[in-house]
Design a binder for this molecule. Structure first.
Ligand code: NAG
Ligand code: NAG
Ligand code: NAG
Ligand code: NAG
Ligand code: NAG
Ligand code: NAG
Ligand code: NAG
Ligand code: NAG
Ligand code: NAG
Ligand code: NAG
Ligand code: NAG
Ligand code: NAG
Length: 737
């Protein structure tokens, strides 16, 4: 067990009772347990935690751990682990390993057990080994890299877990359904409900307990009368009342006669982990990209981390060929980055900025004290060494040889990654700022090479990192001035149009950009969450003034049509129409801004709906969302395990929809079955009266709500003209059967 990592090392033989690892009062680990910690400062007799309860005070540095080792072998029949912890939601994970062989359990982030760990009180965490929180053992990128400070006490391995029966939530859903989430052996006969003072009769229709979600069960009840506006009280036993005010209905209609194709390629992800992940989330496009592939050398599968990690060479992860193999086997399209600078990594060990040569750098790798970040303490770059220190030459002939040798060919290639900022991310390889002409030349050369080598491959470029560089280059506005004062992307499209004419073949199939919401939501408080949830309007809404520098700047460039509204998808489609018609639009990196908060999941649901309605051609989420976290659940909602949102977007008309807090998306397949996704981004329920929805049996999926981030699904009946109630912070998918 490693906390922060926090760890227990186990070896093989008996179990009969609870086994205490640490208890207050002794100033040490319990007898039979040894301290095997690393990179940590520990005090086993601290009384500095809440209430002066004796505890282990732990300060770990990056990748450090509180680790405890059992001297006596035992088998793993324990039911669970319980401990009390206090700290400012420390960034720690727990795992178990054996010392007899190298078996290691998945790492479980504390955040998957509780988000309320704080410095003023002890939070008791009980891990049920038969019902672990899901994260598939995938650590968040930054997990454990930050170090952590916390107090921990009363660490006990449990012989038996008795789950206290509790009704966790009971929420109105759809036309006449209550979704009740519970833990333990609750007595469902204790549940009753009234609507505007009138008693309702409840009929339990389904109970669902997915094996991969925390120890919760959801039960669905149908009500004797449909939900309607007013006061809904749900009484669960003597002590618990769930009280909802259902608002007056918002009216709308769907027009099944008015449809528009939804591109299947909008449901893409960067770096899915394996074929099962692709199938479970229904990932249609899988991108192999990012900063770390710019230096990919297929001979040796070497690459370089660039300024993400001290410009160090290493083995690529994932390696290109096996990645393309499982992507293709899982039926996903591949979007593959071709390096397009003049160098690639020469080995798996070299790095550019040795302390020996550059003794005065701002920072050095904590694991390789000789490798620096290339920056002087005042933030300026050092003069880089010859590229051949860490790199070997690269050109389009070598790229062609790589493509020819690949056992599985990519479907679409991109020309490098955010190449316009290479003088920053890859300062050692390309210290000079890249301008319009150089970038265009590199894109054209790579595109011609790719089309000659793989005639059916499609080309996506220029994979520009952000709004700023859509309109200028790293050289700056003097570069615009040198190009008739044209903004970069429109100029680029016109040039690619021209180059394609000259080449006699289309050299650019997708205008590919990266888009990261520019507003700052890092505080993650109520205001930041509301901002995160409404800024999806920047994908499409000409009325939405971006709540970031974009909305307030008086720019020298990007002045049309409105410099302060992003209107991303329509804006780019209009530029394409004007400068290179027929080019598709791709966003190969975008993010909800929070992969672990429920609001990030709701932003993703909303965005996937918006992509369909607005005719975006391709999108891949950055990056590798946890398949059971909020982002993974958003993909699952639309595409999970073989049940798909339709391929034609159906027009939804709602006069009074507040786009800040509500998304409603409808679709059909073959003009028959209707599917709807409703995402309630508000902190109160919504009540929708949407006409034209066919009556009948519907498959229903949802996640979010008061029960937290968990996924559930069932089948419900929908009457003609019935209202739909959706609880706060909930996304619902329902599909006509
Ligand atoms: C626990 O073990 C670590 C690693 O061996 C050591 O650095 C540390 O001093 C020990 N702490 C105590 C309180 O014994
Ligand atoms: C951990 O750090 C805190 C804050 O710097 C300090 O008060 C505490 O004494 C440290 N604990 C140990 C065991 O060093
Ligand atoms: C602090 O932790 C305690 C125990 O888990 C919890 O009851 C309390 O609500 C938490 N406080 C905050 C502000 O989250
Ligand atoms: C309760 O639900 C079940 C299964 O959905 C159904 O067969 C039964 O008729 C319902 N009972 C009442 C009283 O509506
Ligand atoms: C309800 O509250 C009473 C009094 O606080 C308590 O004794 C009882 O255990 C509670 N019952 C449940 C089911 O939580
Ligand atoms: C339910 O909430 C409403 C509005 O906040 C309040 O007026 C009412 O008293 C509550 N009812 C109960 C039984 O808690
Ligand atoms: C990889 O090896 C092949 C065959 O030896 C060679 O032609 C090619 O230039 C090498 N590529 C790089 C980047 O060194
Ligand atoms: C990495 O480089 C070292 C030193 O050249 C070499 O011994 C090792 O085999 C390389 N590892 C891989 C996976 O290529
Ligand atoms: C940083 O220091 C270097 C070396 O002294 C100097 O050349 C450079 O101009 C300085 N940069 C800034 C921004 O002051
Ligand atoms: C790439 O480099 C190799 C080795 O130097 C050379 O033979 C080849 O002509 C170069 N290709 C291009 C397109 O420059
Ligand atoms: C397209 O190419 C031709 C021939 O090189 C050139 O005369 C023309 O100016 C180019 N058009 C644009 C928009 O660059
Ligand atoms: C996916 O669907 C298959 C077939 O319906 C089912 O057996 C499997 O349990 C499902 N998996 C998940 C994770 O939902």
């Amino acid at each position: 067990m490693f906390f922060g990592a926090l760890a227990l090392l186990f070896v093989g033989a008996f179990v009969a009772a609870d086994d205490t690892v640490y208890a207050p009062g002794t100033g040490n680990l319990a007898s039979g347990w040894e301290n095997w910690s690393w990179s940590s400062t520990l005090d086993f007799a601290s009384t500095a935690g809440p209430g002066a309860v004796e505890s282990i005070s732990v300060n770990t540095t990056a990748w450090g751990a509180l680790s405890t080792y059992a001297e006596t072998a035992f088998d793993n029949n324990y039911a669970g682990l319980r401990f009390d912890i206090s700290g400012a939601q420390p960034d720690v994970s727990i795992y178990f390993s054996t010392s007899s062989n190298s078996d290691v359990s998945p790492s479980l982030p504390l955040a998957s057990m509780s988000n309320f760990v704080n410095e003023s009180a002890w939070t008791t965490i009980t891990l049920d080994f038969n019902n672990l929180p899901g994260n598939e053992g995938v650590l968040a990128t930054d997990s454990c890299a930050n170090g952590a400070s916390y107090f921990i006490t009363n660490i006990v391995l449990l012989d038996e877990i008795i789950v206290t029966p509790i009704f966790l939530s009971a929420e109105p859903l759809a036309g006449d359904v209550l979704a009740v989430t519970s833990q333990g052996d609750v007595d469902f006969s204790q549940i009753s409900a009234t609507l505007n003072g009138k008693d309702l009769t409840l009929n339990k229709t389904a109970t669902f307990s997915p094996s991969d979600t925390p120890s919760q069960t959801i039960s669905y009840f149908t009500l004797s009368s449909p939900l309607s506006s007013g006061s809904l009280l749900i009484i669960a036993g003597t002590n618990t009342t769930f009280n909802y005010t259902i608002p007056a209905p918002s009216y709308g209609t769907i027009n099944i006669g008015n449809t528009k194709d939804i591109s299947p390629s909008i449901y893409g992800v960067n770096f899915p982990t394996d074929a099962d992940y692709i199938k479970l989330l229904g990932v249609t496009v899988s991108r192999w990209g990012g900063n770390a592939v710019t230096a990919y050398n297929t001979n040796g599968t070497f690459t370089n981390a660039g300024n993400d990690w001290y410009f160090e060479n290493r083995i690529a992860d994932p390696i290109a060929d096996p990645f393309l193999q499982f992507v293709s086997e899982a039926g996903s399209k591949s979007l593959f980055t071709i390096p397009a600078l003049d160098w690639v990594a020469k080995d798996n060990v070299s790095y550019s900025y040795s302390r020996t040569v550059y003794p005065d750098q701002e920072a050095y790798d904590p694991y390789n004290s000789d490798a620096g970040d290339g920056l002087l303490p005042n933030g300026s770059w050092v003069t880089p060494p010859p590229q051949s220190n860490a790199y070997t030459p690269w050109n389009t002939s070598m790229a062609a040889a790589m493509l020819t040798a690949m056992p599985i060919k990519p479907d679409i290639i991109t020309v490098d990654n955010e190449i316009e900022i290479a003088s920053n991310t890859h300062q050692d390889m390309h210290p000079d700022p890249m301008g319009y002409d150089e970038e265009l030349a590199r894109v054209i050369a790579t595109a011609i090479m790719a089309k000659n080598t793989l005639p059916s491959v499609e080309v996506a470029a220029p994979s520009t990192c952000a709004w700023w560089y859509y309109w200028t280059s790293s050289i700056g506005y003097t570069d615009n001035a040198a190009h008739n004062n044209e903004d970069f992307l429109p100029w680029f499209l016109a040039q690619m149009n021209n180059a394609s004419t000259q080449a006699g073949t289309r050299l650019l199939d997708y205008l590919d950009i990266h888009y990261y919401f520019a507003a700052d939501t890092s505080a993650n408080d109520a205001d930041a969450k509301a901002l995160r949830l409404r800024m999806t309007r920047s994908w499409w809404d000409p009325e939405y003034i971006d709540e970031s520098y974009i909305g307030t700047s008086v720019p020298a460039q990007w002045s049309e049509p409105n410099p302060n509204a992003v209107v991303l998808i329509p804006r780019m489609q209009q530029l394409i129409e004007q400068y290179y018609p027929g080019t598709k639009l791709s966003v190969s990196e975008w993010s909800s801004t929070d992969d672990t908060d429920i609001t990030g999941g709701l932003v993703t649901v909303d965005s996937l709906g918006i992509f369909g309605v607005n005719g975006l051609d391709q999108a891949t989420y950055w990056s590798q969302p946890d398949q059971m976290g909020p982002i993974g659940l958003a993909y699952w909602l639309y595409r999970g395990n073989g049940t798909y949102f339709g391929d034609k977007s159906v027009q939804v008309n709602m006069a009074d929809r507040n786009e800040d807090v509500l998304g409603v998306y409808a679709s059909t397949s073959d003009g028959e079955k209707v599917t709807m996704v409703i995402v309630n981004k508000d902190v109160v329920p919504v009540n929708l009266a949407i006409s034209n929805i066919p009556a009948g049996s519907y498959f229903l999926r949802h996640f979010g709500g008061d029960a937290g981030v968990a996924k559930w699904q069932t089948t419900i009946d929908i009457d003609a003209n019935s209202n739909f109630v959706v609880p706060s912070y909930t996304a619902v998918f329902f599909q006509q059967q």
